[in-house]
Design a protein around this ligand. Structure first.
Ligand code: PHE
Length: 339
């Protein structure tokens, strides 16, 4: 039996060297120390030993058991730390590797300027309203005092859905829609897309943007129009901005004007930017025509108002020195990323 114990011990020592997973180690433990294990089997035979032999073999068997338990524990520690090492190796993070760069989108230049203009008018107490881009002939022309077959339609040819439904050529129809719904005082701006069947070139696009302004109340005069636009120009271009009103004609305003801002590059001298004019046209404006007020059910004897309309592309292009309107609509990220 002493012999057997030694054999078991030697065998166990050899076997232990070949183990390299916790699972194998557990199998090893069961094999020797489990209920049906080899060492346990020997201990069970103790009863057949003589009185003298029993304590000696018992002591020896116990030593072997303790020895194996020790070995198992240290092997277990060894395997655990190996596993930990491996995991650390696998999960190692190299903090010096350059990160993946994510590109963040930018606001479109037209949106930047539109937002800025909106802020200026909100600051003056205007509300922002919207109208449909697919519009009735009635709102786009008829109610704005531009009857069918009137020559004023010539410059605003557009895309027709049906004879009476079209893509709006201006934001002015929002004036009508607003006055139909709301009685004065009215103080709104209406930004949005407009369409004209113009051929595409560096300064023309069949789709562009306008911002309409409308103020209607008792006692509104041309002085209010000039004051409002003057304040607007100073907010947009700085305190020394100067405006010039030139007489003009629009069907839905009377009197009408085109409004220029003094060229901020040459201060009126004339340069390349203003094409030698000294002034740059920025918008159309006028006092709302009494006929238009009447059509909307507002009594022109009691109320008066002014309106203006400006082109967003023009202001944006001048602001950022963009020389071709097509750049604004081509969606080339190399261009858009710059804003
Ligand atoms: N709607 C006009 C245009 O597109 C501009 C305008 C708006 C003029 C409001 C006067 C008043 O040319």
């Amino acid at each position: 039996m002493r012999e057997q114990l030694n054999i078991i011990k030697q065998k166990a020592i050899e076997e232990l060297k070949t183990l390299d997973t916790p699972k194998q180690l557990e199998e090893f433990r069961v094999k020797y120390l489990g209920k049906k294990g080899e060492l346990t089997a020997i201990l069970k035979q103790m009863g057949s030993l003589s009185e003298e032999e029993r304590p000696i073999i018992g002591k020896l068997a116990n030593e072997v058991r303790l020895f194996l338990e020790d070995e198992i524990e240290s092997k277990s520690n060894q395997l655990n730390s190996l596993a930990l090492e491996q995991r650390l190796r696998e999960e190692k993070i190299d903090v010096t590797i350059p990160g993946k760069r994510r590109r963040i989108g930018a606001m479109h230049p037209l949106s930047i300027v539109q937002k800025e203009l909106e802020e200026i008018f909100i600051g003056m107490g205007f509300d922002i309203v919207e109208g449909p881009e697919v519009e009735l002939d009635y709102y786009n022309f008829e109610a704005l005092n531009i009857p069918k077959n009137h020559p004023a339609r010539d410059t605003q040819d557009t895309f027709y859905i049906t004879e009476n439904i079209l893509l709006r050529t201006q934001t002015s129809p929002v004036q009508i829609r607003t006055m139909e719904k709301k009685k004065p005082p009215i103080r709104i701006i209406a930004p949005g897309r407009v369409y004209r069947s113009d051929a595409v070139d560096a300064t023309h696009s069949p789709l562009f943007h306008q911002i309409e302004g409308l103020v209607v109340d008792k006692g509104i005069t041309m002085a209010d129009l000039k004051g409002t636009l003057d304040t607007f120009a100073k907010r947009l271009y700085g305190e020394d901005a100067k405006l010039r009103f030139r007489p003009h004609h629009f069907q839905f305003t009377e009197p009408s004007a085109e409004v220029d801002v003094m060229c901020f590059a040459c201060h009126g001298e004339g340069c390349r930017l203003c094409k030698g004019e000294g002034w740059i046209e920025i918008l159309g404006a006028g006092m709302v025509h009494p006929k238009v007020l009447s059509i909307c059910g507002i009594d022109p004897e009691v109320y008066s108002g002014f309106a203006f309309g400006l082109g967003l592309e023009r202001i944006t292009m001048r602001r950022y020195n963009i020389n071709d309107i097509r750049l604004l609509f081509e969606n080339d990220v190399r261009f858009l990323r710059q804003f």
